[in-house]
Write a protein that binds this ligand. Structure first.
Ligand SMILES: [Zn+2]
Length: 137
């Protein structure tokens, strides 16, 4: 993800992406310093920015209403889909994450337009335009 959008997500959702917890819960989550989101940022294209943003709005709204604080460990593309690895979520928040991951398979990872999973050497989600450029390169 481009640095500006990466920084925007971190700034807008510090409890999910950046803040170290006061009392680490290493029983269910890897230590804060080892969370890949710190070192590598969002390992996916800009086309999923709005999807991740909308997911975070919903996760934080649930937290405001009494659900646990979700802490992201890694956010990446894998097999053409968004993977939002996290800890702390309850079943409702897990459902939100699963829905966002499912929707990612229908949104171009490059531009966010409607897309589908295509295969070159890898599985990727692309709109028709970006699928073409994938096969030309
Ligand atoms: Zn596209």
């Amino acid at each position: 993800m481009s640095p500006g959008l990466d920084a925007m997500l971190r700034a807008n959702y510090p409890l999910i992406f950046t803040v170290k917890r006061a009392a680490p819960r290493d029983d269910f989550c890897i230590p804060d310093s080892q969370r890949p989101i710190h070192a590598r940022g969002f390992e996916c294209g800009d086309g999923w920015f709005d999807l991740i943003d909308a997911l975070c709005v919903q996760l934080q709204a649930a937290t405001k209403n009494g659900a646990p604080q979700v802490v992201a460990t890694q956010v990446k593309e894998k097999f053409g889909r968004l993977r939002f690895y996290s800890c702390g979520q309850n079943d409702e928040q897990e459902g939100m994450i699963e829905l966002a991951e499912a929707i990612s398979a229908r949104l171009c990872e490059v531009c966010g337009n409607r897309g589908r999973i295509v295969e070159d050497r890898w599985l990727r989600t692309r709109c028709p335009e970006h699928a073409q450029s994938l096969f030309r390169s």
